[in-house]
Design a protein around this ligand. Structure first.
Ligand code: XMP
Length: 429
């Protein structure tokens, strides 16, 4: 079935992604395209039922006038012009805005409600089969939501012609790599190459205290290991990637280009000629999660918090040592258990622990101790650009302190970081 679409023309409004998500929430697919879309580009999108000139038809962005392209007017498609002289701004109340949208989409454009997760999955499975043919796909499976959902989609589409590589850099959270192996290898029967590269990463990181250098080493080593594995796998022409729609949409206010293709394979050498397969490229994060759940991935994987690529390395401050890394991992696991027990885990956007590279005096078992503190970090945010610190109940903080100082070797204090972003960043390094 041809899927109806409402096209949002990017005229620099910072509300484009929210609007596209809102329209999809009404059951109609929506995409954002640059203001200067050409006639032939528009003609290719034969399923467009109407166009919203969001913030248009012309706007000044950074002193530059952004005009909707002529092709938009010549298309003969229904247009909705918002927020411009002579045109109605979006109503402030969510209910009124929804009514305006519904009138435009269903009355004016006569769009059909054909957008839902099941049809997306069916459509992508078809597309993957068409793209890949009898070929094979390689996928770096980090255990994060996006690559996990891509793996689940690919296995449904091409079964054992998918090979996943999970590189455990030794900087994962407690139980994370084990879960990847359990879910994908044991339950979903995926060809999974598990590489325990803990020693390789930790050896390379020995004595490196500068955060950016740590990140560089980890990123570089990761690519090298993946590349080594890719070379061993002969006859693979495709590379799966967990690019999502927010990676694809450039924030429209900075430039007039709404779409940019910036997700090439980070640093892979050019003689590895892979064609990309990116089956969640048009999805928002919550839609990626819904696809994951529909494909049977566990909640704990699908609702996993954002986790930096360099993993616990940026939470084991300064030069990493194995014992402090264990302290970060164990205290993080306790924090997760305690917040889950208190029913707070789904209400806080991101939380984790940090172990600095200094010690303080304390008393343990009646004797003087000289050990590390654990810093608890919890933040709420919408876009990770700014963040607030939630007020954790005192009892939860007390339980945490008691458990962490008792159960985690080498730790004698627990601190709660009260700093919003700004002035702090979310991570410490
Ligand atoms: P900051 O610390 O910049 O973090 O306030 C914002 C969000 O980004 C995550 N983060 C990273 N993610 N690689 C990543 O993939 C990184 O190097 C990195 N550093 C920070 C952080 O966890 C938070 O969600």
């Amino acid at each position: 079935m041809k899927q109806d679409m409402i096209l949002i023309l990017d005229l620099g409004s910072n509300d484009n992604a929210g609007l596209a998500r809102e329209i999809r929430g009404l059951g109609v697919y929506s995409e954002i395209h640059p203001h200067d879309i050409t006639g032939p580009e528009l003609a290719k999108l034969s399923n467009v039922r109407g166009i919203i000139l969001n913030g248009g038809p012309n706007r000044k962005v950074n002193g530059e006038l952004i005009n909707a392209s002529e092709a938009v007017y010549q298309s003969g498609l229904p247009l909705y012009l918002s927020d411009h002289q002579g045109h109605a701004p979006w109503p402030i109340s969510a209910t009124d805005r929804r009514k305006v949208l519904e009138d435009f989409i269903f009355q004016t454009c006569r769009a059909q409600k054909t957008w839902n997760i099941e049809s997306y999955i069916a459509d992508q499975v078809e597309r993957i089969r068409r793209q890949v043919g009898n070929g094979r796909v390689l996928l770096a499976l980090s255990g994060g939501v996006d690559s996990s959902v891509v793996a689940a989609l690919l296995v449904r589409a091409i079964g054992d012609r998918l090979t996943c590589v999970h590189v455990n850099h030794g900087l994962m959270r407690k139980g994370e790599s084990e879960q990847v192996v359990d879910v994908f290898q044991k339950e979903l029967n995926v060809n999974l190459i598990y590489i325990d590269a803990t020693d390789r990463f930790l050896d390379r990181l020995t004595g490196i205290a500068d955060p950016e250098q740590k990140r560089k080493i980890i990123g570089g080593e990761f690519v090298r290991i993946f590349e080594e594995e890719a070379r061993k796998q002969t006859g693979i022409e495709f590379l799966g990637q967990g690019t999502i729609y927010s990676d694809v949409i450039e924030s429209g206010t900075k430039t007039s280009q709404a779409i940019k293709s910036h997700h090439n394979v980070g640093g892979l050498p050019e003689d590895l000629h892979f064609e990309l397969v990116e089956p969640v490229k048009m999805l928002f994060k919550d839609e990626v999660r819904a696809v994951g759940l529909a494909l049977g991935l566990p909640q704990s994987m699908v609702y996993r918090q954002p986790f930096p690529g360099p993993g616990l390395a940026v939470r084991c401050l300064g030069a990493i040592t194995r014992d402090r890394l264990t302290a970060v991992r164990e205290s993080d696991a306790i924090l997760h258990e305690e917040l889950e027990k208190a029913g707070l885990d789904q209400q806080i956007w991101q939380f984790f622990t940090v172990v600095p590279d200094f010690r303080s005096t304390g008393i343990k078992d009646g004797k003087r101790s000289f050990e590390w503190p654990v810093i608890v970090r919890a933040v709420n945010t919408v876009d990770a650009m700014t963040a607030d610190v939630p007020e954790l109940p005192w009892l939860v903080l007390r339980n945490l302190t008691e458990r962490i100082t008792r159960e985690v070797p080498g730790v004698n204090r627990v601190l709660y970081d009260l700093t919003p972003k700004p002035t702090g960043t979310i991570e410490w390094e």
